[in-house]
Design a protein around this ligand. Structure first.
Ligand SMILES: Cc1cc2nc3c(=O)[nH]c(=O)nc-3n(C[C@H](O)[C@H](O)[C@H](O)COP(=O)(O)OP(=O)(O)OC[C@H]3O[C@@H](n4cnc5c(N)ncnc54)[C@H](O)[C@@H]3O)c2cc1C
Length: 462
């Protein structure tokens, strides 16, 4: 247990997203489910709100006050290679699962980086690299172990607490703290994947070709296109350093010859600077998107798109095309559809099933860029409003500005179900931080602004 003046407090509450500085009254590092249950019961006695963090990758809004339970020491991991299942504790990152599963020729459905936590990612649906082939990660959950607001430990599966099982798959941290999760694994063989980098001057051609190409892809193929303004830093390979590039990401499972043939129309559409596609081990998944592997101060916004038509392409080029000075480091179109469009057993709370693309923007939340980002995000969102369902995929929603914005992560019908379940298992709204339904937003935006505009030294409220 740490209070703000204790040594170790800052480390305990630190988030991967450096622009978010959590300021709980108390932090607690849990070792197991029993610890989580004890901490939750203690908070209930104090009438204290409770937040949970494993890696802080999803720390888009800061926590102010209350108890923050850190699960990062809950590193239980076991794999049953015969049943092709995994069981992981709440602090396990995807990298540990991917590496261990690979020794059995298996893989889990991780996303663009294996640095994120399995539990936080999966509770938000979990949009995987191989999503169009297998669907969302949450489609393949067997069971959750959950501590609810009264400190009770419950097993949640299709047969045990089925309403909670429905809602936890995509419902994020609304209903309690998940201490462990069990899920299916898949064969990791025959993956062809990687990225093709085009000079940004060809952005219009590449985007146009991408919009037609995606319609030809089978469900075995997943793809995204990112407009990247890469910093002039040593960590970026020389031909790309300091450049504006368009990055096609591609992943296919099956015959490598088919994978190559399918990719060809994109490779041919414009001269590329680098082609890093080829046969890939699942342990190399991080090389596809090349997401940052060190903590960064980021401010992000995402929403779902119904189409990629002429108007959408025009708007994207207007904001992110060649010659545009943009503070946005990455603007990404991720193709949905395929198995992502169908819920594994007909029902869950994942949004994005009926959308065509996820659109996601990220920028460095450092002065002076931090002040520009919200305006740019608002302008892009307004320009894409007609093609947007108005809803978001909760994992890629980014920083939310108010309760209405936060609510866009769930369709009204699901939101009502989440509220009803929350009234039952969390009647005093103990789990009131982050992406939760129907609660007022604590003044977290002010905190974030304070932090980013002063380079991270601000004390909230000063
Ligand atoms: C670089 C990067 C790439 C990403 N790529 C993808 C991607 O490809 N696909 C995708 O779907 N998402 C992606 N994400 C989003 C990521 O899945 C979410 O941010 C997710 O919340 C991270 O979970 P975490 O536990 O690591 O983060 P944390 O910040 O520790 O947790 C985030 C939230 O998850 C919930 N949560 C975490 N642990 C628990 C728990 N034990 N019980 C209950 N609730 C809990 C809480 O609401 C918490 O506030 C990406 C994020 C980053 C930063």
């Amino acid at each position: 247990m740490f209070t703000p003046t204790d040594p170790g407090f800052a480390e305990e509450v630190a988030a991967f997203n450096l622009s978010t500085q959590h300021q709980p009254d108390v932090a607690f590092g849990a070792l197991d489910a029993e610890d989580v249950a004890t901490a939750v019961k203690w908070a209930a006695e104090q009438g204290m709100p409770v937040a949970v963090q494993s890696t802080g990758h999803g720390a888009s809004n800061a926590i102010q006050g209350g108890l923050l339970i850190s699960t990062r020491r809950m590193l239980e991991l076991s794999i049953d290679p015969v049943e092709r299942t995994a069981r992981v504790g709440a602090g396990v990152r995807w990298k540990a699962v991917v590496d261990h599963a690979a020794t059995f020729g298996l893989m889990g459905l991780c996303g663009s980086t294996t640095d994120v936590g399995v539990v936080g990612y999966t509770l938000g649906g979990g949009l995987p690299i191989m999503g169009r082939k297998y669907g969302f990660a949450s489609d393949h959950v067997i069971a959750f172990e959950l501590v609810t607001a009264d400190g009770t430990q419950r097993r949640v599966s299709k047969d045990e607490n089925p309403e909670l099982f429905f809602l936890l798959r995509g419902g994020k941290g609304n209903l309690g703290i998940v201490t462990a999760i069990e899920f299916h694994l898949f064969p990791s063989e025959d993956i062809f994947a990687g990225g093709v980098y085009f000079d940004g001057q060809h952005a219009a051609t590449v985007l146009d070709q991408f919009s037609r190409w995606v319609d030809t892809l089978p469900t075995e193929a997943s793809a995204s296109l990112a407009f990247l303004r890469l910093p002039d830093m040593d960590i970026i390979p020389e031909p790309l350093r300091g450049k504006f590039v368009v990055h096609l990401r591609y992943a296919y499972q099956g015959d490598a010859a088919v994978a190559t043939q399918l990719l060809e129309p994109m490779r041919q559409c414009a001269p590329f600077m680098m082609d890093a596609t080829g046969p890939l081990e699942s342990t190399q998944f991080d090389s596809i998107h090349q997401d940052p592997d060190q903590p960064v101060p980021a401010r992000e916004r995402g929403f779902l798109l119904d189409r990629l038509d002429h108007q959408v392409k025009e708007a994207i080029l207007r904001h992110f095309g060649p010659g545009v000075e943009s503070p946005v480091l990455m603007a990404e179109l991720r193709l949905l559809g395929g198995a992502l469009a169908v819920s594994a057993d007909g029902e869950d709370s994942v949004s994005g099933r009926d959308a065509a693309f996820s659109f996601f923007m990220a920028g460095m939340a450092v002065p002076p860029l931090a002040e520009l980002l919200p305006q740019v995000y608002d302008a892009v969102q307004e320009d894409l409003r007609e093609a947007s369902s108005g809803s978001t995929f909760v994992n890629l929603h980014g920083h939310f500005v108010d309760a209405e914005d936060r609510d866009r992560a769930w369709a009204p019908r699901i939101r009502e179900r989440l509220k009803r379940a929350k009234a039952e298992v969390d009647p005093n709204n103990m789990f009131s931080f982050g992406h939760v339904v129907g609660l007022p937003v604590i003044d977290q935006t002010v905190l974030l602004e304070d932090v980013v505009t002063t380079g991270g030294d601000a004390v909230p409220g000063n």
